[in-house]
Design a protein around this ligand. Structure first.
Ligand code: TYD
Ligand code: MG
Length: 459
């Protein structure tokens, strides 16, 4: 048997200084009469073989997957489907999630609604705001709807006070709004500086993991870079969500960019209303509302975000330039990609655009960079250039290569079905994808192998 020995050591109650004997004054913090004795167990050095075996059994022992059990209870469902999906099916206990976004985009509103749903399911929720007063939060909450008493609020920016409050009240879910307002006394820097933000996050990480509490952190992104953006913390937290959208348009997109518990690139679509954020269950319908009829330079494309196909309208305006160097502009998609596609158009189809300004826009202010919208961009540009409208029951998708070939994209079937659901009757898609798909009732599929074929199919 291992010989273990009881040892008595003394700790300063003020600063935690450890000493082998009692002292009247602590040598570290100079406080008087703070030492108290504590008993610690010390394993004697000379262990027998059995003790060694016990120890080695307890020490780091690699395990196999079959030995690891996963319990299914996990994950809180908020009931806000768009939100749960982005998180990979619900909130994992003990996870730390960062919700980033421009100021005023609706982060506080979103998290307050999440709190509302969770509190209605009798989860203990603590909402900590460092930005707004209790009255301001209540005013927002009244627009959103009724709250149960499971939700408690705290206006505080000092992290040690917050930590104390969390340990005392033991909530299951905590929201910190926002990380840029939090500070720790010991760190000299101002709130919002990199060291404060980083330190505050590591404290919250410890709380989340130690007490198995779900913590959501709000972080503002500023273009000026005066405030430490949440990018500093992206590698520290489990999940990073970005809340984005055109501030002038009413819809908002919640995008997962990192997720240790699920896939990324899922998106959730919301609409900002007077009574808070509403889920948009059918984003395609929403994105296409207001699409012009019989206008040149417009075509509907289908892009896949995560597991969801979304139809969008690509618009292009090509007009004579009044400058030596033509203007090119892309809104909602990659500028360089648009330039490249126009170069392909010039070279492969002999369309001369050197004297043309070109503006490409994804209608509705949405941002998408999936190559599958390439074909749509080319067709929209050409439609505007020739001033010929494209049939508005036509959808196109496909990646355009540098030789003008149309390359395959993922999930063609889902894209076609989404188009059919919204009443489109013709779909122009890569020939390779067409061969993979069987005939789909209710929609005409036109497989194209290169730009030339795509153009003769459309015009
Ligand atoms: P907010 O959640 O405060 O943004 P953030 O926390 O990201 O800074 O929301 C800001 C905007 O949302 C604000 O301009 C008003 C608008 N809003 C509504 O339109 N309807 C509502 O019900 C609420 C609560 C806010
Ligand atoms: Mg806010």
């Amino acid at each position: 048997m291992a010989k273990s020995k009881r040892a008595v050591v003394y700790f300063c109650g003020n600063c935690g200084h450890e000493s082998a004997k009692w002292m009247g004054q602590c040598p570290a913090c100079k406080m008087w009469n703070t030492f108290a004795e504590e008993v610690v167990k010390v394993e004697s050095k000379g262990m027998g073989g059995a003790a060694k075996a016990v120890l080695s059994d307890r020490a780091a022992r690699p395990v196999t997957f079959s030995e690891i059990s996963l319990s299914d209870e996990e994950r809180f469902q908020t009931g806000i489907e768009e939100f749960d999906r982005v998180l990979g099916g619900g909130i994992v206990p003990g996870s730390l999630t960062l919700v980033g976004g421009d100021p005023g985009i609706g982060k506080s509103t979103l998290l307050l609604q999440v709190c509302q749903k969770l509190a209605n399911q009798r989860a203990k929720v603590l909402y900590i705001s460092g930005e707004e007063s209790l009255k301001q939060i209540k005013m927002r909450a009244m627009r959103i709807g009724p709250f149960t008493d499971e939700l408690t609020l705290l206006c505080e920016t000092d992290l040690s006070v917050i930590e104390e409050a969390i340990r005392r009240t033991k909530p299951e879910i905590v929201v910190i709004d926002s990380i840029q307002t939090m500070f720790q006394e010991e760190i000299g820097a101002a709130p919002g500086s990199v060291s404060q933000v980083r330190e505050a996050t590591s404290v919250l990480m410890r709380i989340a993991k130690g007490l198995s509490i779900v913590i959501f952190i709000v972080g503002h992104v500023t273009k000026e870079g005066t405030v430490a953006g949440p990018r500093v913390l992206e590698h520290m937290v489990d999940t990073v969500l970005y809340f984005e959208g055109d501030r002038h348009a009413s819809y908002r997109i919640l995008r997962g960019v990192k997720n240790r518990f699920g896939s990324t690139n899922e998106i959730g679509v919301f609409e900002m209303r007077n009574e808070g954020l509403a889920e948009v269950k059918n984003p395609s319908e929403f994105m296409l509302s207001g699409k012009p009829v019989d206008a040149s330079g417009s075509i509907v494309v289908c892009s896949v975000e995560g597991t969801r196909p979304i139809l969008l309208e690509v618009q292009a305006l090509v007009c004579d330039t009044s400058f030596n160097i033509p203007r090119r502009q892309a809104t909602g998609t990659d500028f360089n990609r648009v330039n490249l596609l126009m170069a392909v158009l010039e070279k492969r189809l002999n369309v001369s655009m050197a004297h043309c300004d070109a503006y490409v826009n994804l209608a509705g202010g949405i941002r998408m960079a999936e190559p599958a919208i390439d074909l749509g961009i080319v067709l929209a540009v050409l439609s505007s250039y020739r001033n010929k409208p494209i049939d508005d029951k036509t959808v196109a998708f496909g990646e355009v290569g540098l030789s003008g070939e149309i390359r395959a994209v993922s999930m063609p079937q889902q894209r076609v079905l989404e188009a059919r659901k919204l009443g489109f009757t013709t779909c122009i898609l890569p020939a390779v994808c067409k061969d993979m798909l069987k005939e789909i009732e209710g929609i005409r599929l036109i497989g194209v192998a290169n730009l030339g074929e795509a153009i003769s199919a459309v015009f």
